[in-house]
Design a protein around this ligand. Sequence first.
Ligand SMILES: Nc1ncnc2c1ncn2[C@@H]1O[C@H](COP(=O)(O)OP(=O)(O)OP(=O)(O)O)[C@@H](O)[C@H]1O
Length: 311
Amino acid sequence: MLENIVKVENLYHKYGKDWAVKDVSFEIKSRGILGLLGSNGAGKSTTMNILCGVLNQTEGQVWINDINVRQKPIEARRYIGFLPQKAPLHLDLTVDEYLFHCAHLRLMQPKEIKSAVERVKDYCDIGHHSQRLLRNLSGGYQQRVGIAQAIIHNPTLVVLDEPTNGLDPVQIAEVRKLIKEIGKDRAVILSTHILSEVQAICDEIKMMECGRLVFSGSLREFNDYQKPDTLLMTFETCPSLGELNAIPGVTKVSPVDERTIRLQYNKAISEILVKKSVEKGWRLKEIYIEKNSLDDIFAKLSQENLQTNPV
Ligand SMILES: Nc1ncnc2c1ncn2[C@@H]1O[C@H](COP(=O)(O)OP(=O)(O)OP(=O)(O)O)[C@@H](O)[C@H]1O
């Protein structure tokens, strides 16, 4: 039985003397969308290029559908669909000509090609542009054609490198919708440096910084990564700062206005605060856990990694 759609083991890559990817390991066992998040130069494209057999790694192993990509690249590529950062479009071909060309490159059986081209055109909603030259399509439609070539051979894994880069907001929304559809039947890895992109479409997140994986988990785990440590509380009868400071677990008390106070804490204290409020007649009106924004988490993870692994 197939165990992993993707297995990456101790992957390293260097360009000249500089390591771009350092000791990256992970597995993907099921369909869905994995967001590979990281700032510019983090090592995302290098990792994706290695996964897709476009670049040979310096060290480590990659298997796609249990096939070693380095040892059997042609066989492995049957299961991989790839849209690189710069879509490999031949602008002087029509949509149909280009998709037929890609199907041949993917070594599809000639008798399957016509129906596969029709299927992906339908899926990516580009059928009405079949006879148009690629150079005359909008950025959004060119990107759809790029995605169509990546799925024409029905791969198990689809790798999309910054697929919404350079698109306008309407095109971004349409391309994201298409990617979500693709992720229902296949494993999709998409790279981005846009946090809202992973929130919008990804089920799982891996974050890279300076060539290393610094986070792996669900979107929820990513949001919870940095435990909230601030409460915003509004009272009808505001207690004194000293009373709040005396509660075990409270580390800092700062007034926001005459009825609202921000509390920092180092252990779970909401229940204690609610009880105290009833006992002392503070008439607690509202209690709100302040969460870090994804941007805060992103900055913190990047910073932590720089401190542990200086460049
Ligand atoms: N062909 C190359 N030759 C030399 N260095 C390279 C090459 N390609 C990438 N690098 C370097 O390797 C590091 C990782 O680059 P990579 O493109 O993988 O990062 P990335 O996360 O995809 O960034 P971006 O979002 O900017 O594409 C960077 O420092 C980059 O300058």
